[in-house]
Write a protein that binds this ligand. Sequence first.
Ligand code: SF4
Length: 406
Amino acid sequence: MTTRSRQPKPFTIPLTELEQSAFCQTGSELRTKTLAEEFNAGVTWQKVPIRYLKLSPDEISEGIADAKAELGKDLTILGHHYQRADVVQYADFRGDSYRLSQMAANEREAKYVAFCGVHFMAETADILTSDDQAVILPNLAAGCSMADMAQMEDVQDCWDDMSTVLGDQGEVVPVTYMNSAASIKALCGRNNGLVCTSSNADAAFTWAFERGKRVLFMPDQHLGRNTALKMGISEDDMLVWSPFKPLGGHSPDALRRAKVILWEGHCSVHTRFTADQIADARKSYPGVQVIVHPECTRETVDAADYSGSTETIVRMVTDAPAGSAWGIGTEINLVNRLAQENPDKKVFCLDPIVCPCATMYRVHPAYLLWVLEGLRSGIVINQIQVPQEIAVDARVALERMLDLQA
Ligand code: SF4
């Protein structure tokens, strides 16, 4: 049996990854500026009508309040934890991608769901809501650099290669992290796989190993590795699949031996956290407890006291006793909010550089106002619509995930 012969592809870094550090700064305050000023950050922004560029925070706030009052129950605004405070304040519900996907699945009343998050989340909401509900992403340039590291044609090539080498595709269960395009979720749905989030990756791995011998995990190698290690799988039984090399950079024998095949993707926000930062935090705050997101590297997770999903981080810090100190390895907007909401505790970000997720940060409040004012005038701007043939299979993979928690 031979693999298809393909030329190595040129190494291509997604634009979203190259732009990831655009909003990083050494000061500790992340202040929303007018959209015109933020356009200077040098990232790709969606064009908006000129009047939104110079609006002051008060004008934006007034406009959003008016639109929300007029649209009433026809509108639900979902806000991801990593959104800036100036956007999250308008959300009817906030959560991580798992929680928000559950909310989208249960939301039956609103005609419009404005999703303040990134593109793959809005796609997921569109798949899980009914056909007569419109899901809106305020800024279409709000993608995710990790999701962009797994392009559908590369994933399909990988799947075909594995089929050729391993023969029976039933041996490999494809599992994709929520942070991936709908087309990749659909591939998982079609091939007896499922979606997972960082809240349920352990359960997804268990589900997959009950049905096959190997897991192909996409696109975050770190979440996949950290989850497999927790299950007692040795790193020797894992390999990292490079989409830029024939057969992912491995021999057919190595592929046959692997239990977990990790896609070569990562989160540019969470891989900033290091074991050295944790050592510094322990020196500065004796007794500090350190919790990091499992998208961090293995070394960082090993050096921390805990690792857990965004919702786990929120819960642990909120439930912690007064006077405790928490060093956190996750997105800065959430860490700042936790610090503000827990004034009786010391809550700080492990990374001294203030570095928000640059794609999440593109949902400036002026964009939210723009799409809401569109709805007031009967125009749906930036609707996310997943083609039916993709949505059907992706829904299967998502529902398998939602059933894991039932
Ligand atoms: S924090 Fe990382 S995984 Fe999440 S949206 Fe930003 S780049 Fe993507």
